[in-house]
Design a protein around this ligand. Sequence first.
Ligand code: NAD
Length: 254
Amino acid sequence: ILEGKVALVTGSTSGIGLAIARTLAAEGARIMLNGFGDPAEIEKIRSELGALHDGADLSDPAQIENMVRRCTDELGAPDILVNNAGIQHVSPVESFPPEKWNAILAINLSAVFHTTRLSIPSMKAKQWGRIINTASAHSLVASPNKSAYVAAKHGVAGFTKSVALEAARDGVTANCISPGYVWTTLVENQIPDTMKARNLTREQVMNDVLLAAQPTKRFVTPEEVAALALFLCRDEAKSITGANLSMDGAGLPL
Ligand code: NAD
C-alpha cells in the first residue's frame, strides 16, 4: 500500500525505528534509514531493506539539512516522515548535566522541528503527507529524574498538534504515538543491573519495577508500534491528525 512513497525514519538502526522501517519497506515504501551503530550491522539492515542510510547526528541542524537533501536527491522528497530517534538521561534536576539537557532537547525535540520544517513544503505541494512522531507515555505524564525527557516529549506532543492544524487542509497528517515500556535492547540491558542493585529476580524487575505502571504486565513490542505507524499511513487514517495515540497497556499516571 506504500508503493511509490518515500519514508524517512530517524533512529531506525535499532528498536522501534527499525521495526517501523521494516514494516513500511514491506509495504513497498522506499526507505531512508538514520541512526548510529556497528557499520556492518547497519549495512546488513540497509541491504535487507534495499534502503539508503544517512548517519546524520540529529543534534546538529546542518546534518539534518544534509540528510533531508540527500533523501530528496537520491530517493525523492519524504512523503512519510517518522521522527523516532531519542535518548534518555536519568538524574535529579539539580544535578542534571546541562550538556545532557541540551542533547536531549536537541535530539528528542528540536530535530523534530527541523525535519518537519524541511519536509512539509513538498508534502503540501503533493497534497499528501504523513508525519509520525514517536513521543512517549512521558508526553502525557511525568516521572521523577527524567526532567529533560519529559519536557522534550511534552514538547513533541504540542508541536505535533500545531503542525497538524497548519497542514489540516493539505492532506498532511501529523500524529504522535506514545508507547509505554517497549521491549528493545535499551530496556533489556537495564535488567541485569537492576537485579543486582535491588537484589531482585528477573521476574520481579520486569513486573514490579519496569512494568509497575503498565497494568497489562506485558511489554509493548516494536512491531505493535510499527503496525500503528503503518495504519496512520493508510488513506483510511486521513482524519486522524493532531492525535497523541497511547499504546501503554492501560498505563497508570506515573
Ligand atoms: P533505541 O536506543 O533502540 O533506538 C534509538 C535510535 O535513535 C537508534 O537508532 C539510535 O542510533 C538513534 N539515535 C540516538 N541518538 C541519535 C542522534 N544523535 N542522531 C541520530 N540518531 C540517533 O531506542 P528505542 O527504544 O527504539 O527508542 C526509539 C524512540 O522511542 C525514542 O524516541 C524513545 O524516546 C521512544 N520511546 C521508547 C520507549 C521504550 O520503552 N523503549 C518508550 C516510549 C518511547
